[in-house]
Design a binder for this molecule. Structure first.
Ligand code: IDP
Ligand code: MG
Length: 140
């Protein structure tokens, strides 16, 4: 299987509850390597730009406000089939529909405050990684 990189964001509901380490353990236990990571306070304009793809959705403004309500941890995960593997570690968007053992099942507070973001395709992973990281910040 191909070695891929994907973008992950530990969201403010999770950083506020000090869950960074528990979430990172899920990635590492599943064989994904954290090759870049930083804790950031997003600004409104950065969050709007990152989630631009959702700008016509009813939840867009609330989502942007939520994403700037506290620190986030942006990270790049690398491994075999990383994009799909990460989506399965995360679980479904709505925690009520997420499988046992997934990050969202264990930690999410709601469909909005669902603890984690992960790229949904290899193409979007490349765009999202370059949105937050320079090449020199990624060390495998
Ligand atoms: P994903 O994060 O599982 O890829 P998306 O559909 O891309 O889900 O939505 C992006 C984010 O927007 C979600 O992770 C969640 O925080 C928020 N969101 C999605 N659907 C809803 C909704 O129906 N109500 C409120 N927030 C939502
Ligand atoms: Mg998405």
């Amino acid at each position: 299987m191909p070695i891929e990189k994907t973008l992950s964001i530990i969201k403010p509901d999770a950083t506020k509850r000090n869950l960074t380490g528990l979430i990172n353990a899920k990635f590492e236990n599943a064989g994904l390597k954290i090759i870049g990571q930083k804790r950031l306070q997003l600004t409104k304009s950065i969050a709007e730009k990152f989630y631009e793809i959702h700008k016509d959705r009813s939840f867009y403004n609330d989502l942007v406000d939520f994403m700037i309500s506290g620190p986030v941890v942006v990270q790049v995960l690398e491994g075999e089939n990383a994009v799909k593997l990460n989506r399965s570690i995360m679980g479904a968007t709505n925690p009520d529909e997420a499988e046992q053992g997934t990050i969202r099942k264990e930690f999410a507070e709601s469909i909005e405050a669902n603890s984690i973001h992960g790229s949904d395709s290899l193409e979007n992973a490349k765009k999202e990684i370059s949105f937050f990281f320079a090449d020199i910040e990624l060390v495998a």
